[in-house]
Write a protein that binds this ligand. Structure first.
Ligand code: GLN
Length: 206
């Protein structure tokens, strides 16, 4: 059985827990979903979901909880909005002391759609189908590396993308499988389970 952790220090945690549980039900898969708040919660996780919230605060709270470095070792990570900023190798418009996990070969620009009251909703097309998307002081994904695949765009902006990273030492002998990262600028957990289903399918390879 897969164990999925949802980073539960701040942000829309319960919506992601619901969405991933519903996604597992739709796929008829047994998935254990746990809230991640401290170091011991990271043990044995197959995947981590980092919700929307505030990426500066995420960094500080993860540091304080002593989980920031440990999160880098989780093989599969879904990051939405602030979670996507946390995943990125490069983030523009960070606050002075803000650090990201620097795992995924994307560049993001924090708050690039404007202020909180310029948040918006839109019907978008994605490679998983059409959906309604909610953007809450969202980042723009401004550059993606050559191994990153774009899954959704809207008005020429990248909204969703994924990357598979091979293990550095590709010795099959140690069973290393590499990493999978999925980053979304919007909040799928508020309107659909399609991206959570896709994330589970990628991890389970079904
Ligand atoms: N503006 C937030 C940040 O920079 C992200 C907003 C969100 O997650 N909805 O972290």
């Amino acid at each position: 059985m897969l164990t999925i952790g949802v980073l539960a220090l701040q942000g829309d945690v319960s919506e992601h827990i619901e969405a991933v549980k519903n996604a597992a039900k739709k796929l008829h898969k047994d998935v254990a979903v746990i809230s991640v708040r401290e170091k011991k919660d990271l043990a044995g996780l197959d995947a981590l979901i980092m919700p929307g919230g505030e990426s500066t605060t995420f960094y500080k709270l993860c540091q304080r909880a002593g989980i920031f470095e440990g999160m880098k070792k989780i093989p599969n990570i879904l990051g939405t909005c602030a979670g996507a900023i946390m995943l990125s190798k490069n983030a523009q418009n960070k606050t002075k002391d803000q650090v990201t996990l620097q795992l995924m070969d994307i560049e993001v620009a924090r708050n690039a759609y404007g202020r909180q009251n310029e948040s918006f909703e839109a019907d978008i097309k994605t490679s998983l189908g059409a959906m309604h998307a909610i953007f809450i002081r969202a980042p723009k994904i401004t550059r993606v590396g050559k191994n990153v695949r774009v899954l959704a765009e809207y008005n020429n902006e990248i909204l969703a993308c994924e990357e598979e990273v091979s293990p550095v030492r590709s010795s099959a002998s140690n069973g290393a499988k590499g990493n999978y990262y999925l980053a979304l600028a919007f909040h799928p957990e508020l309107t659909t389970t399609l991206f959570h289903e896709y994330f589970l399918r990628r991890i389970l390879a079904v």
